[in-house]
Design a protein around this ligand. Sequence first.
Ligand SMILES: [Cu+2]
Length: 307
Amino acid sequence: MAAFPQPLIEAMAARAVRMHHALWHAARDGWATRTEAERKIYRDRGWEPPRPSLTASGQPEFNNGSGEDFLYMHREMIRTVNEILAVSDPQHPRIVGWAAIPAADDEDFPVPPPFTVPGNDNLAENIRQAKSAEALDRLREREAQVTDPAVLGGITLGRLGAFIEFFIHNRLHLRWAAELPRYRPGGSAFDVHPRWDVPSYDWLADPYSSHVNPIFWKLHGWVDARIDDWMRANGVTGPVPWSFDPPWTGPAASGHHHQNVVELALRARPGNSEAVSLESHVHALEETITALKDNGVPEPVPFPQVD
Ligand SMILES: [Cu+2]
């Protein structure tokens, strides 16, 4: 695999990007099972998801459009990174996703062996299963469905997004997760100790760190291409016909220039306006997470396996 640019890895490891990505997934995955008091903590800080991604019984929300949020949020991340790669790194001008989910014997993207996760047997077991031959068979069947124009022509973009998120993407995150010396404790309410901010903490099984890992961008490049397939299958040209203006990416990081947190992290240099905006976004995110922690709001299971 072509080396992933180090400045990009460092920007993705920024505390604000980590917290924003983790909160975005946590807010929408956990919403249906939060109490009203817990919801208020999110809501008062701009983190009420307009469309929860899971029902109270933990099934994907296929009909509420949350799948569009999933597709849009990650498309925005890719677009922002591409915009900056294009001007700063001629050797690596854009994110290139997997053309297909890699085979079991893929030389460039081997599946890391299973491992134990101290204190989180459940996650370790889900990871083990995601790495199995049966899991790949299932992934292949589903990949065939979401690349079939006949299937795509019969479903909404929101349904496609929800199906990919929970029946393919979550498993891909766990399948390619690799053993690390330590993991952010799962289930503990939002542990965002700065020890987890080092660029080497790039665990794919945790939304606080997954986007720091180059494989995140291969995987999400594959996800992103499904939007284009859906457009083709439905004879749609021009801009993506999102049902929301725009879909949900969490509260804005910078009021003035509408820069998202990824853009701020990529453009921040000591003393510039992006660095200042990034810093104030860090404070807002820390305040939100502290409030969630102080009130004992649980952090949802990352990348839940719901099927
Ligand atoms: Cu994500």
